[in-house]
Design a protein around this ligand. Structure first.
Ligand code: HOZ
Length: 427
């Protein structure tokens, strides 16, 4: 008998391209049928056929407290009762803006938007408006949403499905985007010496999470900072994934580098559609209605999304929150690495705060090229075998994974036992 999941997938393909509303959900690179979920609680979620999974995707990052955290759900319910949207300012927007500015010293002003793509696109437009320049620099394998200018040699689903530079982007638009190698200082210095005065912005994930997980070398980010300062270019940190995920001060706190603009999303919306971009007042004040850079959104600062974000941000400020999360995530990555070692599988893993990378190769990758050398087929086998064991990792070798505070020691142990069963039969 066909499962309900299979029936839903077949029907969805009739009405939704590929049966999914975002390509990374499609299981195209790992093969098989995407799973339709109906309920989540804590570290677990359940598919439509009733099978449960330990979730290491967490909606691709937002669910740092796990599924349906009672305080977040309560905040959402209370906000919804008072109206779903006003299209006008609210006190809660001020509260979250003040909080973001307080937690991130690089942010003097912030604007809320509804998606991470919107945040990235708006930050780039703002940087161009502020500098009066057109060129931007991004790094191969980094993904900053699906804005035309940024969808060049991108990571995440674009990389997973073999279209890192999307069709439909006019070459004139992409011509202003220069793509360099992540963690390569020589390339950076060369491009700045040639085009420095034409570069509006450099956008970078300070810990890349869209080509699996690759940590920036401290020198690389420090060089970026000093070149941007020297040439008057805007340094944009894309902290959509790392923001309030790797620590309360985000990646910029870990690396002790102050970007000019920061993009945030995922955790700050607590699972609701909310993102933000913010930074130096002088730059932010170029935005309409004060300045000539236009940016707008009917649902920006939506009261229900802001309520979820505020409730989540309150929880992450608890003492020891990030220490506990980081320790739990390491327990997972170190545990997996030692199980793999026991069975002579070429595998390694690492984490930063509550995000992690798993690699089927001998050494931790430091660049896009290193990631490409990992064994993707081995990842796909591992993914499916773990799925069979009730453990859900991202359905792509090019995505970071996430642990939440809802994951218990027992959940991690169960995961490691499952990995042990998988690697025992590894040939
Ligand atoms: N940005 C998320 C992680 N790469 C994926 C979300 C999506 O594209 O659906």
């Amino acid at each position: 008998m066909t499962s309900l999941n299979q029936q839903l997938y077949e029907s969805s393909q009739k009405y939704i391209p590929g049966g999914v509303n975002s390509p990374v959900r499609a299981f195209k690179s790992v093969g098989g049928t995407p799973i339709f979920f109906k309920r989540g609680q804590g570290a677990y979620f359940w598919d439509v056929d009733g099978k449960s999974y330990i979730d290491y995707v967490g909606s691709w990052g937002p669910l740092i407290l796990g599924h349906a955290h009672p305080k977040v759900v309560k905040a959402v319910q209370e906000a919804a009762q008072n109206g779903l949207s006003f299209g006008a300012p609210t006190e809660a927007e001020l509260e979250i803006a003040e909080l973001l500015c307080k937690l991130l010293p690089s942010i003097e002003q912030v604007r809320l938007v509804s998606s991470c793509t919107e945040a990235g696109m708006s930050a780039v437009r703002l940087a161009r408006g502020y500098t009066g320049r057109s060129r931007i620099i991004k790094f191969e394998g980094c993904y900053h949403g699906h804005d035309d200018a940024l969808l060049v040699k991108a990571g995440s689903g674009a990389l997973t499905f073999g279209h890192p530079s999307s069709a439909g982007v006019p070459s004139e638009t992409a011509a202003h985007t220069m793509v360099l190698n992540y963690n390569e200082i020589a390339g950076l210095e060369k491009i700045f010496s040639e085009f420095g005065k034409e570069i509006a912005a450099v956008i970078v994930e300070p810990v890349a999470g869209n080509m699996n997980l690759v940590k920036a070398e401290p020198d690389f980010l420090a060089t970026l900072r000093s070149l941007c300062t020297q040439y008057g270019s805007v340094l944009i940190f894309d902290e959509v994934m790392t923001g309030f995920r790797v620590g309360l001060e985000c990646a910029q706190g870990l690396y002790q580098i102050k970007p000019d603009l920061t993009i945030l999303g995922k955790v700050i919306g607590g699972g609701m559609p909310m993102a933000a971009f913010g930074g130096r007042r002088e730059i932010m004040q170029c935005l309409a209605p004060l300045g000539a850079v236009y940016q707008a959104g009917t649902l920006s600062g939506n009261p229900v999304a802001v309520a979820a974000g505020l409730a989540t941000l309150e929880e992450v400020q608890a003492p020891e929150f990030y220490e506990t999360l980081a320790a739990k995530t390491q327990q997972l990555t170190q545990g997996l690495a030692s199980v793999a070692q026991k069975y002579n599988v070429d595998f390694c893993a690492q984490s930063v705060g509550g995000m992690f990378g798993l690699y089927f190769c001998k050494e931790l990758p430091k660049s896009f090229a290193d990631v490409m050398m990992c064994d993707k087929e081995a990842f796909n086998r591992f993914f499916h075998a773990m799925l069979g064991e009730g453990v859900y990792f991202a359905p792509s070798a090019f995505e970071a994974g996430f642990v939440s505070t809802a994951h218990t020691d027992e959940d991690i142990d169960k995961t490691l036992l499952a990995a042990e069963r998988v690697f025992t039969s590894w040939v």
